[in-house]
Design a protein around this ligand. Sequence first.
Ligand code: MG
Length: 338
Amino acid sequence: MRLNFHRFDLRLRHTFTISRSSRDVVPVVLVEFEKDGITAYGEASPNARYGETPESVAEFLSELDLDKLSDPFRLESINDYLDSLGGHNASARAAIDIAMHDWIGRKLAIPLYRFFGADRDRAPLSTFTIGIDTPEVVTRKVREAANYPVLKIKVGLANDEEIIKAVRDATDKPLRVDANEGWKSRDEALDRILWLEKQNVELIEQPMPASMIDDVRWLRERVHIPIVADEAVGSLFDIAELSTAYDGINIKIQKNGGLLKARKMVYTARAHGMKIMLGCMIESSVGITAAAQLSPLVDWADLDGNVLISNDPFTGARNEDGKLILSDSPGLGVAPAA
Ligand code: MG
């Protein structure tokens, strides 16, 4: 049994700007776990918003007691062990949890969506994300995304209306809008959402800072499209309270600590009558394919992290014009790129 990991810098096709940051390169940590002649893969995409760096991931992974991973089928015990180590290490935990799942699927010789009891034909279309930019660049990106039937538009800085107008100059397809906590007062958020509703926007993600749950509850009574929590969703245990203010949650394998936790969140959110989006960070095909395996269980998919990069080190689930294609390959169904 062995566990190897290394940092890999994902290069973005376009500078990617959201309300709090702008990036050209995203460092991830790729994990390789081998046991009984089966090699399995995992990935951490650390996010500064959640207190993580490639270095903190490497430190977490280097301190693991490998004996605790000796039976990957014990997903519950392994997750308990990873949680017991403490700290802001959701993506590092996710990397191990993904590798354990990949190993199980390979051992059983079935793709993970079958292990989850999911029907791959029910996978929703994935959005393609357009980051914040000048109107000219936004229009160009929207034209380049012509094959994607639904777009996710990042807003939350001063030029929201300009961006949406630039998108609407190029297309009339449905939009989902993500403010990434960018609107700082409920009156500002209400104004923006009422305007967006007239622009064929289907839903709004994280309009205000995660801590402003009472303001979101106020907002929800005044708008007519679903409000989805993203940055506000740390774990399973946040869902009950969030269901009093939001219509849905955005689950991310990297943010929420892996596939086992994500599945529990799916069922918990359902029990609270919430809609579910499955989102991603900028990730290679390892992380995106892991999420894609769960996607038949959710309402909305936003799994485009691997199509935003130019140097994907793996192949996995294909994204054909927004449709996620899961193969019959066992486990995650990923392989190192040739
Ligand atoms: Mg989001």
